[in-house]
Ligand binder design. Structure first.
Ligand SMILES: C[S@@+](CC[C@H](N)C(=O)[O-])C[C@H]1O[C@@H](n2cnc3c(N)ncnc32)[C@H](O)[C@@H]1O
Length: 279
């Protein structure tokens, strides 16, 4: 099968544009300058600069479009952690729907300061904290729900081919997922909202090292977005385990093949070609 290489950063920009130009949005979103390179979405300075000019923006989709899914998965009394909140209206809208115990985090101090100034008096039981998802400092088993929208995507924007993510990015995602798993209570849920389709995103989430099950849904009319729920303490489905085993076996085969190629090239390098020359 021929696979087209889809640049993740390009998809990200396309979606950002699509959102900014949406006409049915009931609030005004200023048109932000797009970054010079899509890899800028990985730079904290890009986000700090953006948030010093932009008041509100919801990536991918706003709460209205997927609140029916969230309401099935979250109880109003749950203690909720939002990763990479940005200046999205999601947590304010959730608050109006009765989800009062929300900790909003982002690694941009600019957006955290802005959001605190804007919201802390209106929503006294919510908090805003600067936190890097690569290095979270919460105590284990603190939250009932960890929720992210577009934040893990921002960690992958520099990848050119979603079928072949670099080992460095794979490790970074694994690190974040370990931390999410740790801060979740024993029966907690990790909810991830993204544009990444299951064949790209599930290999990261559906792994035996995380003691959770993975369920996926989608929403949106013209463009589908994906909603993944990882339930801690539940088993992966037989199908997910089988797929992970297949992926692991394939990786091992590729690695063995690579090792053999390296051995062969080293052998050729060491060969004394003068021996083969008849004088
Ligand atoms: C695509 S935006 C999504 C914003 C918001 N969640 C939304 O749905 O509109 C990605 C957000 O992740 C934040 N971010 C990127 N890398 C991060 C990291 N390592 N730790 C914490 N936040 C990060 C950025 O500052 C930005 O606010």
């Amino acid at each position: 099968m021929r696979r087209e290489s889809v640049d993740i950063g390009f998809c990200f920009i396309l979606i950002a544009n699509n959102n900014q130009l949406k006409e049915d949005d009931n609030r005004t979103q200023e048109f932000m300058e797009l970054p010079d390179r899509n890899t800028d979405y990985r730079d904290k300075s890009y986000w700090d600069d953006r948030y010093s000019k932009e008041e509100a923006f919801d990536w991918f989709s706003d709460y209205e479009a997927f609140k029916h899914l969230l309401k099935d998965d979250i109880k109003t009394a749950d203690k909720i952690l939002i990763l990479g909140c940005g200046n999205s209206l999601m947590s304010e809208q959730m608050y109006h729907d009765g989800f009062l115990n929300i900790t909003n985090t982002d690694y941009s101090p600019v957006v955290i300061e802005n959001m605190r100034n804007k919201c802390q008096h209106k929503y006294p039981s919510m908090s805003w904290e600067v936190m890097d998802i690569l290095n979270m400092t919460y105590e284990p088993e603190t939250f009932d729900v960890v929720l992210e929208k577009g934040t893990l995507d921002a960690l992958m924007v520099h990848e050119k081919d979603p079928w072949n993510i670099s080992e460095e990015t794979e490790k970074a995602i694994e690190n974040v997922l370990h931390q999410i798993h740790t801060v979740l209570k024993a029966d907690g849920k990790f909810i991830s909202v993204t544009f990444a389709q299951p064949h790209f995103r599930k290999p990261h989430y559906a792994r035996k090292i995380f003691d959770w099950s993975v369920e996926q849904k989608h929403f949106g009319q013209n463009f589908h977005y994906y909603y993944y729920v990882m339930q801690k303490g539940s088993n992966l489905s037989v199908e997910d385990i089988k797929k992970e085993n297949e992926r692991t076996a394939k990786k091992l085969r590729n690695k063995n093949e690579e090792d053999r190629t390296i051995e062969y090239l080293e052998y050729e390098d060491n060969e004394n070609f003068l021996n083969g020359i008849e004088l």
